[in-house]
Design a protein around this ligand. Structure first.
Ligand code: C5P
Length: 224
């Protein structure tokens, strides 16, 4: 039945934004709501998987008893949780909008407005969680990434597929109204080494079903 296709499978999902501290009251963040990742967690659990949902700061609840939730704030915390839990997992879906950079140092007092009309913040790269898991990945483990591109989407997505050693990548379209950040709907394409499939605009719940159906197929290719 539809509810046991992933029975006994362990799936790690990252979701939401990360917050990178600037000082005690400020951070660098992004508009990710976490809705897509949470919908994926619910859908994997509904099909029988044991889910570890590593969530950045979001305003969402988890409902399913097979979802274990790990709340994190920063890219580094998300990286540590993901590396720790991936070892045991059959698959990871990396849906989080991870900050690419964090302030080189965190001010221990609130930064004051200076007389000068500019303030320079030094940033350092964060760890790439997807690429790290791609390195750790064993042959039976599957890795799913997301891409949000503003230009050359196909070429960039294919580049990420290879560089991060993903099994497939979900391309979010920014061109379509209703798709992506903060919306309840999304329009995706799935790109793998076989090619590309475009899906119509759907609710994030239905999009999650399409993505998980693709993952189920990828996981069962190895079993047969
Ligand atoms: O390179 P880019 O950020 O566009 O890649 C997006 C994919 O990589 C997403 O699956 C995202 O969750 C993942 N990612 C990550 N760690 C980062 C940056 C991106 O896991 N530091």
């Amino acid at each position: 039945s539809a509810t046991d296709e992933l029975k006994g499978r362990k799936i790690v999902i990252t979701a939401g934004p990360t917050y990178e501290k600037i000082d005690p009251v400020r951070f660098i963040g992004n508009y990710s709501s976490g809705k897509m990742g949470f919908a994926l967690a619910e859908e994997c659990a509904r099909r029988g998987a044991e889910v570890t949902l590593i969530a950045g700061p979001v305003q969402l609840d988890t409902h399913h008893s097979r979802i274990r939730r790990v709340d994190v704030e920063t890219a580094h915390e998300m990286y540590e949780a993901a590396c720790r839990d991936f070892v045991q997992a059959d698959a990871a879906i990396l849906c989080a909008a991870v900050a690419d950079f964090r302030p080189e140092s965190v001010a221990d007092q609130k930064i004051k407005r200076e007389k000068e009309d500019e303030y320079v913040l030094h940033l350092r790269s964060t760890e790439d969680i997807a690429a790290t898991l791609g390195q750790l990945k064993q042959p039976a483990q599957k890795l799913v990434g997301f891409a949000l591109e503003t230009n050359d989407e196909q070429q960039n997505a294919e580049g990420k597929l290879e560089r991060k050693k993903l099994d497939f990548i979900v391309l979010n379209s920014l061109k379509d109204s209703g798709a992506g950040f903060r919306h309840n709907t999304n329009k995706i394409s799935i790109i793998d080494r076989q090619g590309r499939v475009d899906y119509p605009l759907k609710s994030k719940q239905e999009v999650a079903q399409d993505i998980v159906t693709h993952l189920v197929a990828v996981l069962s290719n190895d079993a047969s």
